[in-house]
Design a protein around this ligand. Sequence first.
Ligand code: HDE
Length: 662
Amino acid sequence: MEKNRKDEQLEQFRVDDRDQKLTTNQGLKVTEDEFSLKAGVRGPTLMEDFHFREKMTHFDHERIPERVVHARGFAAHGEFELYESMNQYTKANFLTDTSKKTPVFVRFSTVVGSRGSAETVRDVRGFATKFYTDEGNYDLVGNNMPVFFIQDAIKFPDFVHAVKPEPHNEMPQAASAHDTFWDFVANNQESAHMVMWAMSDRAIPRSFRMMEGFGVHTFRFVNAEGVAHFVKFHWKPLLGAHSLVWDEAQKISGKDPDFHRRDLYESIENGDFPVYELGVQILAEEDEFKFDFDVLDPTKIWPEEDVPVKLIGKMTLNRNVDNVFAETEQVAFHVGNVVPGIDFTNDPLLQGRLFSYTDTQLIRLGGPNFHELPINRPVCPFHNNQRDGYHRMTINKGPVSYHKNSLANNTPATSTPEEGGFEHYQEKVEGRKVRNRSDSFRDHFSQATLFWNSMSDIEKEHIIDAFSFEVGKVKNKDVQQQVVDMFANVNVDLATKVADAVGANPPTGGGSDVTKQSPALSQENMVKKPDTRKVAVIASRDGDASQLEKTVQGFKEAGLKAEVVSDKLGNIGNLPIDHTFLTADPVLFDAIYVASMNDEKKFKKETGRYVTEAFNHFKAIGAASKFATILDGKEGPGVVTNDNGEQFVAAVTAHRHWNRDI
Ligand code: HDE
């Protein structure tokens, strides 16, 4: 693959230790790396053993603090290509020049869990993109949900303290199903809309490749004439947005805690590059007050049916990192990294984020020079009078490190906007200093109801189940009741069912007169494709090899990823067996197909287990007609017992078959 500018830059820092001599960090060749220097073979280790000291000291200091939120993440490199110039709205170079391919680095993450936690937990997912543009780094630090729990950044530490493991016993890990989170929710009703998203299927994505991304805040586009528009950013995956089911997600946490990173890593290694289209919703400044919500309120969406999403480009992730620590862990995103043509608004959540990101990176990355780390460097030159600090790498020459000066001809010099200098949008601002919130931010429930109204029946059922699980884990009865009463303001049926499930009193008030729906919010309406869906093809080593090869080939041609599962490893004809019943599990596949079986009791039992588990998770299951009895009377949508491969592929493409009596 041709190297892009970022890749070329990173190449200067790559080190390949293979076939090299082992040395100390001073370059001294080492004769021995197994035994420390001792006074006598059975004697004490000597202080002068500099090799031992250096090796151990470095090891002792290997860890840095994990991110205070979004600690568990996984990233990949890629490129962004623009479909059409957006110069009517923005002067950002990477959004106006369609001939450019802008290198990007994207880090996906969960929010709550620590760095080693499982990936398929119920949580928001981070979707942070660094665009290495010719005008500097632009970071779109978004999530897979378009709203947030709070309206003002000053509440972020409180929110995070409430959702993280409780401090007295550090439980539960990577989960919001506990008292302090729900106590926070009940006492901070602005969280209602986001909680609906968090209880929905969006919180358990099937894959990082199958989830949307949102900038959340309202930003500003500013064009060359200085005219501004409000803008919201979206990422739309070409594979559509799809989810796991909760029981499956929990089991995957045990069977493969790396499920999402493995999926992304393997897809990229296989050349199945995930693609996301960049969408923008654009609003003229004079339309700011045209809506029944405040466009600056981060707990509100702009329904796509009211403000259409215009797709303006696509991002392809096509390269895995070489080193997770150097790249994924050391990357430093900042919502304040903008380029000319993109600016902020007065969204109070956005304003607070502008402070937090640099601040946290100063401690996490150990000083003010983290911009020099290879992954964080812009691909364009950078010059200023900042000097020194821990781990400074550049050697800035000359005596001058101040502005203004004559000695260096007053350089580095500032630039006019025409020369590409960033000019803050000259928004008129006036007001009294107040600690308060605008009344236009006070409706917390209408859009939560809009979200509920927009869900299909099965998605509603999942939301009720998620509330019942989470609030069911809450020990404090008052908190449970408060949550029930709060969500009655979203929908009485929802609250009543949750009350019933957790043994609380049904709500006495509540109700909503919002009847509006936004079909774009339901994942049931998303595009569904067979591409890269994983099928476990169960086959026995003594089965018909040529038939198996044909079946697997057929699935592959349809875009599916077929992996052979059997009782033992080895080969069937020319096909290697990928997994055994033990090393894989039905929850790790999108569908199961029984190509052949033998009569051994254990084989049948294991095959039956695979089929039943997949059936219970509403997945496609199929069997060659000869082996259809293993499906044990399971029938209905998504169960294919004839030899028609196309029917099976169609059943997998449907993602899930909810009309099953389970
Ligand atoms: Fe973040 N957030 N955040 N956040 N956020 C961090 O920065 C913060 C918010 C998001 O993969 C931290 O480097 C505040 C919304 C992502 O490296 C920290 C507020 C959205 C990532 C921080 C928010 C996000 C972070 C922790 C409330 C979606 C991971 C480590 C005002 C639009 C980026 C770090 C990565 C990370 C602060 C709310 C997205 C502490 C104060 C809303 C994707 O600085």
